[in-house]
Design a protein. Structure first.
Length: 278
């Protein structure tokens, strides 16, 4: 099992096509395996920009992040999530308590795909701990996890080849754009420059531009979780030399100095416009 670590993922070159394809297959498989959890299950994390804007050439992801509603998944009648994972070839991650791993073969090469399981911070039975214990798993508490289930999901259809060569289809419940940006902003500073890239990508390619994106925030813009998001974004993207801006450029691995400067200006101006209009 060759685990992928955050320290290995500094720029677009780090994201191999085989690793991304393996993760994409796992995403489709997971959505189908957890069909009975559909209303209490969201795909979050690095696959969201790819699935929201499939024509815009987002880099994709090398793992899969799922968010579960720990407040509604207490029914003992469910077959536990952990049992479903273990019986389908997933194993507990040797380093992360909230993760499982599955090895996937792509063109004769084995790729290990992390599946991170997240949940909301509030409610549940483990108020003072970092995890929520539900359905046999220890889900990592994530800022915005409760908030995400206040929004209907964006539904997308995704297909991927199975290990037997058959193409399978999944109806994916994708986290809505507002909680996605909240959760991604909360993650800034954890040592993954892709987080800043994902935020910039969604703001840049949202249909209708920044003003249309701002309308998604109309009924929640005064909530503390949105004010906290704006404050953190303002700090991370305060100038063209601040971490958020530089992380985007570094992640995209731009060699051309003139284009790198253009990109810095675009990232800085776009994110700050977004902060102002919401």
């Amino acid at each position: 099992m060759a685990l992928v670590h955050d320290s290995d993922l500094k720029n677009v070159i780090s994201y191999s096509e085989g690793q991304k394809e393996a993760a994409h297959r796992v995403l489709v498989e997971l959505v189908n395996l957890f069909g009975e959890y559909e209303e209490d299950f969201r795909i979050v994390g690095g696959w969201v920009p790819t699935l929201m804007f499939p024509q815009e050439n987002h880099i994709g992801s090398v793992d899969v992040d799922i968010l579960i509603n720990h407040l509604t998944l207490q029914d003992a009648g469910y077959l536990s999530m952990s049992r479903i994972l273990l019986k389908n070839g997933y194993v507990e991650h040797p380093e992360k308590y909230f993760s499982f791993v599955k090895d996937v073969e792509i063109n004769g090469e084995i790729f290990s795909v992390d599946v991170d399981i997240l949940a909301g911070i509030y409610g549940g039975t483990t108020q003072k701990k970092r995890s929520q214990h539900v359905q046999g798993v220890r889900a990592l508490k994530a800022t915005g996890g409760n908030f995400a289930f206040e929004f209907p999901p964006q539904k997308v259809i995704v297909e991927a080849e199975r290990s037997d060569g058959v193409v399978d289809v999944a109806n994916v419940n994708l986290v809505a754009v507002v909680p996605f940006l909240v959760m991604k902003t909360a993650a800034l500073g954890r040592g993954k420059p892709k987080d800043a890239y994902d935020i910039y990508f969604v703001v840049k390619y949202y249909p209708g531009g920044v003003k249309m994106l701002a309308e998604e925030f109309t009924f929640v813009r005064d909530r503390q979780i949105i004010l906290d998001m704006k404050q953190k974004l303002a700090g991370k993207f305060a100038s063209m030399n601040h971490a958020g801006v530089v992380d985007v450029v570094n992640f995209m691995d731009i060699d051309d100095e003139e284009y790198a400067l253009y990109l810095k200006k675009d990232v800085y101006s776009l994110i700050n416009m977004f902060i102002r209009v919401i």
